[in-house]
Design a protein around this ligand. Structure first.
Ligand SMILES: Cc1cc2nc3c(=O)[nH]c(=O)nc-3n(C[C@H](O)[C@H](O)[C@H](O)COP(=O)(O)OP(=O)(O)OC[C@H]3O[C@@H](n4cnc5c(N)ncnc54)[C@H](O)[C@@H]3O)c2cc1C
Length: 426
């Protein structure tokens, strides 16, 4: 086996997961080093302005296209980097460390490749369906790899569908040659900036049919298709660069080739591949690391943009940093274990670890950012420094459906106390 490479960044930051210690593969070491280097050099200096103006990080996407990162989860024989779920997660965490909004939107884009790629490849589907799917996805992958096209992943609708409890209200009516889509998606990150919206909808054969989750469709809607509209404002507390406005589809026609997954496969895939919902965590793993890194540099008097005043000699500060390190190590260890276990049909134990990891990373990122501000003190919350942005961005992690921090606790509690099919009926 080749020895993993370890590349230091422009800012000299060490890897979040040191390749040798964590047993990274050469590909994982290479991609994480590439992401860290690019994000430290280019994304970090742009992050404050992107946040202040709540604007999409277009130039970061140009850089990622040039570096081949947009195709990170596209198979190598189709021009991509051939990363699996774990390799993607490790790479995205390095991006989240320097620009949360870029990492979070990158997740939406990459998910369109993971759901159509690694996830479906690991499920048994009828050979004819598979052959048709492989033809269709080639088109999407070629757009990303050759033209630098960006995909969004709007599924939230403000009801129970995004949490997985109801059919999507956005419908795709079967018509000659394709589908007619009607509906509304909220929190559509990359809205107005993606080239395609990978929308989850409910397929209908007749307009008066009852919607069913079993008929979920995943369709790539071109941003410039007639009937697509982006509405509303985007002026949130954190993650301001995601530009997650509301998306309206009014009788939008898309052809058969817009199908990103065979009809009806999504519910089975979502049930059998639960770790896929962890793809929102790397951003926050990166933010947790960034809050810790800032604190260490600040207390050493080495944080860029601050006077060289040392505060590290106070025992209270040492204790606070030790507490942060413990929390960071706990989150890293659990997260690494959970993403290493990602596979179809995980055991109950493994699934519970994934929920625990999701909850831990999302809550720890915010807890570490809060501790960092308390430890560094008043000057650290000035807007000229990155810490207050990390604090605001980190607040959003535990709100992301379908695995919000609360829902993870709900699922964990129930799974711990009930086996499948058990009730309290006498
Ligand atoms: C910065 C940002 C970017 C986002 N980007 C995207 C995107 O690109 N695509 C996308 O699809 N979505 C995106 N979202 C949306 C996100 O995934 C959630 O859908 C959204 O945060 C949920 O907000 P809500 O108020 O509509 O939640 P609600 O559905 O109103 O739920 C509120 C809370 O109630 C709890 N809850 C919900 N359902 C249940 C239940 N059945 N049982 C018990 N508790 C429940 C949950 O903990 C949840 O946090 C983004 C959100 C943010 C903050």
């Amino acid at each position: 086996m080749n020895k993993p490479v370890q590349v230091k960044t422009a800012t000299g930051d060490a890897p979040i997961f040191e390749p040798e210690a964590w047993g990274l593969t050469p590909k994982q070491a290479e991609l994480t080093a590439l992401a860290r280097s690019l994000a430290a050099k280019n994304f970090a200096p742009r992050a404050a302005e992107i946040d202040r103006e709540a604007r999409f990080p277009t130039e970061n996407y140009r850089d990622m296209a040039e570096a081949g990162l947009l195709g990170i989860c596209i198979p190598e024989d189709q021009g991509g980097r051939g990363a699996d779920l774990k390799t993607y997660m490790l790479t995205a965490a390095e991006i989240g460390r320097y620009c949360g909004a870029t990492a979070l939107t990158f997740n939406m884009h990459v998910s369109s490749c993971l759901w159509t790629g690694a996830l479906l490849d690991a499920l048994e589907i009828a050979p004819a369906l598979r052959a048709d799917h492989e033809e269709k996805r080639k088109l999407h992958y070629a757009r990303i790899v050759r033209e630098g096209k960006i995909y969004a992943q709007p599924f939230s609708e403000g009801g129970a569908a995004a949490a997985g409890f109801k059919a999507f209200g956005t419908t795709a009516l079967k018509v000659d040659g394709g589908w007619r889509i009607t509906g509304k998606k909220i929190f559509a990150s990359l809205s107005g900036h993606a080239d395609y919206y990978g929308a989850l909808c409910t397929a209908l054969d007749h307009p008066d049919e009852d919607p069913s989750r079993r008929n979920t469709m995943y369709l790539a809607v071109p941003a410039d298709a007639e009937g697509v509209e982006v509405v509303g404002e985007w002026d949130p507390l954190g993650m301001r660069g995601t530009v997650s406005r509301t998306l309206l589809f009014k009788d939008v026609f898309v052809g058969e080739d817009a199908q990103l997954m065979p009809r009806g496969i999504y519910p089975e895939a979502a049930t059998r591949w639960p770790h896929m919902f962890m793809t929102l965590t790397p951003t926050y793993m990166g933010i947790a690391q960034a809050a810790y890194d800032f604190t260490v540099k600040y207390l050493r008097g080495e944080a860029p943009g601050t006077p060289p005043v040392k505060r590290r000699m106070y025992p209270t500060k040492q204790l606070a940093v030790a507490e942060m390190r413990v929390k960071l190590e706990q989150a890293k260890a659990l997260w690494f274990a959970a993403i290493s276990e990602a596979r179809p049909d995980p055991s109950k134990d493994s699934l519970m670890r994934a929920w625990a990891a999701q909850n831990t990373v999302m809550e720890t990122a915010n807890a570490l950012a809060a501790l960092a501000i308390r430890t560094c003190g008043g000057q650290s919350m000035l807007r000229s420094l990155p810490l207050e942005r990390l604090y605001r961005d980190s607040r959003c992690g535990s709100l992301m459906l379908p695995w919000t921090a609360e829902l993870c606790m709900d699922m964990l509690g129930k799974a711990a106390l009930y086996e499948r099919g058990e009730t309290d009926e006498e």
